[in-house]
Design a protein around this ligand. Structure first.
Ligand code: G6P
Length: 611
């Protein structure tokens, strides 16, 4: 949530920052701004996307080798020019960008107002900045000292980066709870919320830890903790290619990411699944197997699409491993004083690895003695680092705000984890185990086949694009797929959609059914097939329009439904990975047909680093 970029070195800072901000727009796009240091602070900011900022800066003085930039997802204060970052301190010497929330800002603001401070924005950021300035001026402290004192009083989450007119060769940054990566170049440093703005300049990076302050000059990076003790920067090699974060000929990142799924799922299986030997190897799981297989209970904690992956994992793990599973919204879990026993295992699912609610829920559970197993996409992210054990989803950077390829990779990894545990616990027969290994191995090909329907789905999208509501129904493993399908439609096309267990629709949603309501059934052939056919009949009897995701060759449902979306046959436990594909495409094409910016849907952000 909010993207930050900063640069110090021999290049012009502005182009580096603006290019970086464009890569981080998935984190928020309510406003954008840049501050450059060159004989004073030059500040440019604008409501809207980074492109609007670029228009504002046309023909302006953009000279400077040190600068900070920000793309905002509004929390305190509406999206507007004046609430855009960077903010300037009252004396005009300091400029600051911030990602996160300062929870006690109101109290600090009151103190500052009493001292005569006036504020030009509604943001918590401007409060923190002036709080730092005030300490600096009253105590005669250096900026670094003032920052340390200020951060000890701050409650909340932040990454902040400051430039100081009086120290034109230094950037100062600090982190708690929000991500910060520093790229190390030759005589230059790059700072960003993730590695995507950095990768084309250097592959050497340092992930700043919570409660660390970074003092950065072109040739020097000093890390300290809040107690002013030097910390050794741990330099890591980035495993990220520039091509992975570009559109590669597709109209949108979302479409590119949907079409990447055969290869991302393959990458997820590669080196792990061996059908000939009949093995699954995931060292993060294997090395902790004693704790994992003896878990009394598994709690899955996640948000959004990752929570839907958790629901499917619940069905899979209970079925294969016979361990009770509960799936929790991280935001609820963290605040409701959950009961966690020593033998409990938490599975954290997160694409970004930075979702604030998930992160804090895990910190709490870890303190109470739970074993944390992370299923995370972004390597080196906070959740990955906090977990005791884990498996990366290896889906590569996901830039479209609506999650697609990360979801199917999560399902693939979670199924492999369940199979490994089931084998250790002897809760699966050899035949079933080998059958599911084969089924997993065939998923990339089947997903490829499902994607061949793109053109047909594009036409269907035109037929349904003007509906105001939609109902998504599924049973068993396909119930969470229905939830995910409905979420995708809401996110991308702003059409109200609800997901429901197909049988449960009789207890309420059926009242909505009339000739104008499309009902999307996820009805691939499985244990519940006959039951879902009855549910389709119930909708048809009330004149609802039925769109059904079916197993290829299902003539019964084809004859009943208004439109069908066939996918290749798969074991019911694996089917969600495939039946999700047409629903992703349907939402995408409806969103495009309505003329919306599908990569950056209104009000959403990809990485929700505020609670
Ligand atoms: C945001 C994104 C969703 C994502 C959710 C959880 O709402 O827009 O696509 O599913 O956060 O994010 P995570 O990174 O933890 O999976």
């Amino acid at each position: 949530m909010c993207g930050i970029v900063a640069y110090i070195g021999h290049r012009q800072a502005y182009p580096v920052i603006v290019k970086g901000l464009k890569r981080l727009e998935y984190r928020g796009y309510d406003s954008a701004g840049v501050a450059l240091l060159n004989h004073g602070v030059k500040l440019y900011k604008k409501k809207g996307k980074v492109a609007a900022l670029e228009e504002t800066t046309l023909g302006k003085d953009l000279d400077g080798h040190i600068g900070i930039g920000h793309t905002r997802w509004a929390t305190h204060g509406e999206p507007s020019d004046r609430n855009a970052h960077p903010h300037l301190s009252a004396n005009g010497k300091l400029a600051m960008i911030h990602n996160g929330i300062i929870e006690n800002y109101a109290l600090l603001k009151q103190e500052l107002i009493k001292k005569g401070y006036r504020f030009h924005s509604d943001t918590d950021t401007e409060v923190l900045l002036n709080f730092i300035e005030d300490i600096q001026e009253n105590n005669g402290s250096t900026l670094e000292e003032a920052l340390r004192i200020a951060l000890k009083r701050v409650v909340g989450a932040y990454v902040i980066v400051l430039i100081d007119k009086d120290n034109p060769d230094t950037l100062i940054a600090a982190r708690k709870g929000s991500p910060l990566v520093i790229g190390i170049g030759k005589g230059e440093h790059f700072l960003a919320s993730d590695a995507s703005p950095i990768v084309e300049y250097t592959k050497e990076v340092v992930y700043v830890n919570d409660y660390e302050i970074a003092i950065i000059k072109p040739d020097e990076l000093i890390l300290k903790n809040l107690g002013n003790e030097r910390q050794t920067p741990f330099i890591q090699k980035l495993d990220l290619e520039l091509a992975a974060i570009e559109k590669g000929g597709y109209d949108h990142f979302m479409l590119k990411e949907i079409f990447e799924q055969p290869s991302t799922i393959y990458d997820c299986l590669r080196g792990r699944l061996d059908v000939i030997q009949g093995t699954i190897t995931m060292s993060g799981i294997r090395n902790n197997m004693d704790k994992i297989k003896n878990a009394n209970r598994i709690l899955i904690v996640a948000c959004g699409t990752s929570w839907h992956a958790g629901l499917i994992a619940e069905y899979v793990i209970e079925e294969l491993c016979r361990i009770p599973v509960e799936v929790e919204y991280a935001s609820e879990f963290r605040y409701r004083n959950p009961i966690i026993h020593k033998g409990d295992m938490i599975i954290a699912i997160s694409q970004s690895g930075e979702t604030a609610d998930t992160l804090v829920a895990l910190e709490n559970a870890k303190e109470q003695g739970a074993v944390i197993l992370g299923v995370v996409n972004v390597v080196g992210s906070s959740i990955a680092r906090l977990s005791h054990a884990g498996a990366y989803t290896h889906a590569g950077p996901e830039i479209g705000v609506a999650s697609t390829k990360a979801f199917t990779a999560q399902l693939t990894v979670l199924t492999m984890v369940a199979l490994m545990i089931a084998k250790e616990r002897n809760t699966i027969t050899r035949d079933r185990y080998l059958h599911l290994l084969n089924e997993l191995n065939e998923v990339p090909e089947k997903v490829k086949k499902a994607l061949e329907a793109a053109e047909h789905i594009q036409k269907l999208a035109l037929k349904y694009k003007d509906v105001s509501d939609a109902l998504y129904l599924g049973r068993g493993y396909n119930f969470p797929v229905a939830l995910e399908g409905a979420l995708k439609l809401k996110e991308i096309s702003y059409i109200h959609a609800e997901g429901y267990p197909a049988a449960e629709m009789k207890h309420g949603p059926i009242a909505l059914v009339d000739e104008s309501l499309p009902v999307v059934f996820v009805a691939t052939r499985d244990t519940y097939h006959e039951k879902i056919i009855s549910n389709i009949q119930e909708i048809k009897a009330r004149k609802g329009k039925v769109i059904a995701v079916i197993t290829e060759g299902d003539e019964i449902i084809t004859a009943m439904a208004d439109d069908v979306l066939p996918v290749p046959e798969a074991d019911e436990l694996i089917a969600p990975i495939i039946s999700t594909i047409p629903l992703q495409l349907l939402s995408y094409y409806i969103g495009v047909a309505k003329g919306y910016d599908v990569d950056k849907p209104r009000n959403l952000a990809k990485s929700v680093t505020v609670e």
